[in-house]
Design a protein around this ligand. Structure first.
Ligand code: ATP
Length: 234
């Protein structure tokens, strides 16, 4: 198992947001964590990334315990997170934003990597030298994902990728996630857009009030009308 989260409990000060959450992600899988607003999706990803370490429980990545480690240490082990708020550097060009994803490598290595990113997101090719702040939301999202991919992650954490994006851009992302999957990049993503998530994932977890209430493959979840309406509002 690439990632094995077991019984984590995560707090904001005295407020507990995640209760005994367990989940696994195998190499090459695309797994989604679904739930309504405030269900605990972002907190779960932040726990894995070390941004808000769990107070108890275990997180193993490639069989090694990473719970409690600092985000930069966790990034070094091969995990990258694309946060919901995108965090691009508006004044830097698209290319400079991408370069930040692997600063300690040679210029040649970086430019080969950038070529791969531009191949994945052809839309960015003509925008390379534009300030990233001038891009649309969807294009900025491509830059953030691209920057994460520059570090060659073994596991990519995508937080609410589709939020605020136009339906046509969401369709585009479906295809691009499909390509990442062909390249065997393992992904754990959170979504409120359930139908989008089910289209791109192999397996799903549903979280409600900080607790996992369902785990299974996407076909089973699609057919589970009660669960879809009760916890996901579909
Ligand atoms: P969203 O789609 O809104 O991001 P989510 O499922 O990702 O929802 P979380 O952001 O993980 O949910 O929030 C889980 C719970 O933790 C919520 O009750 C939320 O109010 C609370 N929470 C989140 N961030 C903080 C914070 N920085 N300080 C205090 N409480 C927080």
């Amino acid at each position: 198992m690439l990632l094995e989260v077991s019984n984590i409990n995560t707090f904001y000060d005295v407020f507990q947001a995640v209760f005994n959450v367990s989940l696994t992600v195998d190499t090459g899988e695309v797994v989604c964590l679904l739930g309504r607003n405030g269900a605990g999706k972002t907190t779960t990803l932040s726990s894995i990334m070390g941004l808000n370490s769990p107070r108890s429980g275990s997180i193993k990545f490639k069989e090694r315990e990473i719970a409690g480690n600092k985000p930069f240490q966790i990034a070094r082990t091969g995990i990258r997170m694309v946060p919901e708020n995108r965090l691009i550097f508006s004044d830097l060009t698209v290319r400079e934003n991408l370069e930040l994803g692997c600063r300690n490598k040679s210029g040649k290595y970086r430019s080969e990597k950038i070529d791969k990113i531009l191949d994945l997101f052809p839309r960015l090719e003509g925008l390379q030298y534009r300030a990233a702040g001038d891009l649309s939301g969807g294009e900025q999202q491509m830059v953030t994902i691209g920057r994460s991919l520059m570090g060659d992650p073994e596991l990519l954490l995508l937080d609410e990728l589709s939020v605020g994006l136009a339906p046509i851009v969401i369709e585009l992302f479906k295809r691009q996630i499909g390509r990442l999957r062909e390249e065997k990049i393992t992904i754990l993503l959170t979504e409120q857009n359930v139908l989008f998530a089910l289209d791109i994932s192999d397996r799903a977890y549903v979280i409600d009030k900080g607790t996992i209430v369902y785990e299974g493959n996407v076909e089973q979840l699609r057919e589970n009308k009660r669960l879809m309406s009760e916890f996901l509002g579909v």
